[in-house]
Design a protein around this ligand. Structure first.
Ligand code: 48H
Ligand code: FE2
Length: 259
């Protein structure tokens, strides 16, 4: 049978529309497909929750591809190595409690694990706003990244979600929008975004986990965004904290959803 270009087009339009319709009502909407967001989505989907990730860029993986300064290896500690093993990546022991993994392999494994567990992944879509009802975030406002990049005046669409994971990394773009547009009080010491501090891997890895929590009703911060929210340090190219933060945020949200 001869291939028909219009059928190819119909197949894509129909299937994508199905996928997007499925994502309009979610248990959890994850913003940002970096290592923390991907791990969170994988864990939540594995528990049977309806999860979608919205990623601004063409590619998932955030800041993981480039390892450290484009040396495409990452470092994790023992607990991080446990999570990597779970998604099929054998981290190599280097010295006591220092393991390494290929950053490209790790991003691919995270994306594959999230998809196979049932998480939907939407690339090329940016979160440009949130929906708030009665002092709680109840959904996301999304638009094509191309619209954002082109500076075009095109109105967005909306996603309803019981919980939102803010995992946009250093940028902390969702919370910045909330602070600017809504002037909301966040669950931080100052009520505002505290801001990221400079490099201190040892402290930063621990605080990433402590700072992974609800920051406004319905919104949890994870990954680098957690430290940027609560005023802690950056950690450089060690990624165990990012993966563990994704796991923790998934556990906390799953506990709430089960209530
Ligand atoms: C949709 C968006 C939006 C938006 C941003 O930066 P990431 O990799 O985030 P984490 O926290 O999972 O990992 C951080 C890690 O990569 C890192 O930078 C580390 C460990 N740094 C230490 C150091 O010292 O520097 O990914 C965030 C993702 C990116 O892909 C963005 O494109 C995406 O979020 N994003 N997606 N809508 N509004 N804003
Ligand atoms: Fe970074």
């Amino acid at each position: 049978m001869a291939l028909d270009e219009v059928k190819i087009t119909q197949a894509i339009v129909e299937r994508f529309t199905e996928k997007l319709k499925e994502a309009l009502e979610l248990d959890v909407a994850v913003v940002g497909a970096g290592p923390s967001g991907l791990m969170a989505a994988y864990k939540l989907a594995k528990e049977g929750f309806k999860v979608a990730i919205f990623e601004r860029k063409l590619s998932i993986g955030g800041g993981m591809w480039g390892g450290g300064m484009m040396f495409n290896e990452i470092v994790v500690q023992e607990e991080g190595a446990r999570l990597l093993k779970e998604i099929g990546v054998e981290a190599r022991p280097w010295q006591e409690d220092y393991y390494t993994a290929d950053s490209v392999e790790t991003v691919c494994a995270l994306g594959y694990a999230a998809r196979k567990a049932g998480a939907m992944i939407f690339n090329l879509i940016s979160v440009e706003d949130v929906m708030v009802r009665k002092d709680r975030v109840v959904g996301l406002v999304i638009n094509w990244t191309a619209v954002e990049m082109g500076g075009l005046h095109v109105d967005p669409l909306a996603i309803r979600s019981k919980y939102v994971v803010e995992s946009t990394g250093h940028e902390l773009s969702v919370l910045h929008i909330m602070q600017k547009k809504l002037g909301v009080q966040l669950m931080t010491p100052s009520g505002k975004i505290e801001g990221e501090k400079s490099l201190w891997a040892d402290v930063a890895e621990t605080t990433t986990l402590e700072n992974t929590r609800e920051v406004f009703p319905g919104v949890f911060v994870a990954g680098m965004a957690a430290n940027a929210t609560f005023g802690s340090y950056r950690m450089g190219p060690i990624f165990g904290g990012m993966l563990l933060s994704g796991e923790k945020v998934a556990q906390e949200i799953a506990a709430r959803l089960k209530k």
